[in-house]
Design a protein around this ligand. Structure first.
Ligand code: ADP
Ligand code: TRP
Length: 328
């Protein structure tokens, strides 16, 4: 069975862009593939420097994923930092990673281009990511377009290790590019992103959610005039939550005139509340039961470590370190 693996950084509360651009697609893959998903808390350390916040974001990320339908009976969910084998493999990989590969990687390059000092953690970030992938013999890595470069680094590094030690130690992973056609707009009409401060969070409290929806930027077409649904962010967001007849009905009201944007926003709010109603309920139940959440993450980590330990041993043996297990 194909092994699918991906990580998501806990750098803030998940928003609608994360859901439609990534999370929903991860969840869809869990049924037919053997899926490993983890919360990339080690990667988040390159940006989140407040320990209480990192703990909260990591905890919230796990709650959100489970509430949204990630099923621990089908997929393995764990925290990256609960698998110490990953950081050990990172070192082994680092010894075969060429500097020029990392110098090209965008997180580091962008920071440097802005004249900012980068930490070694940011520079070597793609090697940690390569270890994340390779250590589970992953075949397919679902990611957004911006991460494809990192999967290529992982392939390169895995290949170089195999070729230096003349053994097929590692499986070469393939990127699986997530459908980016649903580029979700934020409240200002630009791409929704934490870094633009224009997000609408999935589990925002209803009152705040309504306020955010009401703040979505629209043009100044007067109420009575016809409006174009195809250029409006409220409609673009509504489409994510509504079925075809509902979309057609609202589009017709846009084109007819006589409807203000406030009304469309109210419909968007109602549709989003309905869409996530069951997930909200599951999230509340899970949040009230911290032991269950921790048990799921511990069980996930145990399953991940079993696989990671075996692959790490193959690597240790190949490069002349003593393997920890009897058979490799
Ligand atoms: P952010 O831009 O808020 O920091 P991340 O870079 O952490 O979000 O994104 C995590 C995942 O969510 C990625 O796979 C990314 O492609 C997806 N994603 C984020 N924002 C959007 C968006 N506005 N539309 C579609 N997908 C998105
Ligand atoms: N770097 C990825 C991101 O920012 C998160 C990540 C860490 C990841 N390790 C991974 C994704 C391994 C896929 C596979 O989105």
């Amino acid at each position: 069975m194909t092994r699918v693996l991906s990580g998501i950084q806990p750098t803030g509360r998940f928003h609608w862009g994360n859901y439609f651009g990534a999370i929903r697609q991860y969840i869809a893959l869990q049924t037919h593939e053997q899926a490993f998903y983890f919360i990339a808390d080690l990667h988040a350390l390159t940006t989140v420097r407040d320990p209480a916040q990192l703990r909260e974001f990591t905890h919230d990320a796990a709650l959100d994923l489970l509430a949204l339908g990630l099923d621990p009976a089908q997929a393995t969910l764990f925290r990256q930092s609960d698998v110490p084998e990953v950081t050990e493999l990172t070192w082994l990989l680092m010894t075969v990673t060429q500097m020029h590969l990392l110098e090209k990687c965008h997180a580091y390059k962008d920071k440097k281009a802005k004249g900012l000092a980068a930490d070694a953690g940011l520079f070597t970030y793609p090697v940690l990511m390569a270890a994340d992938i390779i250590i589970y013999d992953s075949d397919l890595v679902p990611v957004g377009l911006d991460q494809v470069q990192h999967i290529e680094v992982a392939r390169d590094v895995a290949q170089r290790f195999n070729s230096i030690y003349q053994r097929e130690v590692f499986v070469l992973p393939q990127p699986y590019v997530l459908d980016a056609t649903a580029k979700v707009p934020g409240v200002d009409g630009e791409k929704m992103s934490k870094s633009y401060g224009n997000t609408i969070e999935i589990f925002e409290a209803p009152k705040k959610l309504r306020k955010k929806v009401m703040s979505i930027k629209t043009d100044s077409t007067p109420v009575e005039e016809p409006k174009n649904p195809d250029t409006d962010a409220v409609f673009a967001l509504y489409r994510l939550f509504a079925d075809q007849p509902q979309q057609d009905a609202l589009a017709a009201r846009y084109r007819q005139g006589g409807m203000g944007y406030g009304e469309a926003k109210q419909q968007l709010y109602d549709a989003a509340m309905e869409y996530y109603a069951a997930a909200r309920q599951r999230r509340e139940q899970l949040a009230a039961d911290p032991h269950t959440l921790e048990d799921i993450l511990q069980a996930g980590a145990a399953a991940a470590r079993t696989k990671a330990g075996a692959v790490l041993d193959r690597a240790r043996d190949a490069c002349g370190l003593v393997a920890r297990r009897a058979s490799v």
